[in-house]
Ligand binder design. Structure first.
Ligand SMILES: [Zn+2]
Ligand SMILES: [Zn+2]
Length: 206
């Protein structure tokens, strides 16, 4: 398969679920590291801790949802929710975290690094996506931040992110989305909803 240089192959750990993210460059998305408890609980639910950095951070690239496609294994995609706001996607085959979305109308997916196949194109994550622009929710970090952790967000970064997302929304780049039905808005897979106490066990286990 010939890939456009701006195409990023997507792949779960075992290779059953595959896809492609198009138009990938530092200026077509927003990369950050999230230390929030929900992202940590998601990684622990999947029993895949190496998705997190040493302080519990998840490396996420937010981009328009309509630029992600699954090319294989779509039936193995699953969804987890801690709340009604965020849909967290993963693969059933090998429990690879895919990314987070905020419902069918919000045009953004936060792709998680574990589903990215940048190695296949011989380039590092920093080369493909640019370095992370900021960190968020560091008060939930579970250890000292790594020495290369990005800075907290500045006001101008908030404004940059807001203007990018507004642009994606205005240009209709949230559709067609692989995560929700274009007509009914139903999620691709019925979300499994964890109760707060189930979530709590994920937080204190380790
Ligand atoms: Zn897999
Ligand atoms: Zn988070």
């Amino acid at each position: 398969m010939t890939l456009d240089p701006k195409d990023l192959p997507l792949r779960c750990r075992c290779g059953r679920v595959r896809g492609v993210a198009s138009e990938i460059a530092p200026y077509t998305g927003f990369r950050f590291v999230c230390y929030c408890q929900d992202c940590q609980a998601f990684a622990r639910f999947l029993e895949w801790r190496d998705v997190l950095d040493t302080a519990g951070g998840t490396d996420i690239f937010q981009m328009p949802m309509g630029r992600v496609k699954f090319t294989a294994g779509k039936d193995a995609v699953r969804c987890l929710c801690f709340s009604s706001k965020v849909f967290r996607w993963y693969t059933d085959c090998c429990r690879t975290p895919i990314g987070n979305t905020a419902g069918p109308r919000f045009p953004v997916v936060g792709l998680i690094h574990s589903f990215m196949g940048h190695d296949a194109v011989g380039r590092s994550r920093d080369e493909v996506l640019g370095a992370p622009l900021c960190r968020i929710y560091e008060s939930s970090a579970v250890g000292p931040l790594p020495p290369n952790a990005p800075a907290p967000p500045s006001l101008s970064l908030f404004a940059l992110r807001a203007s990018r997302i507004l642009g994606w929304w205005l240009r209709g780049l949230g559709r067609p989305t692989p995560f929700f039905d274009d007509h009914t808005n139903a999620p691709l897979s019925v979300p499994r909803v964890l109760t707060p106490s189930e979530r709590a066990t994920l937080l204190f286990r380790g």
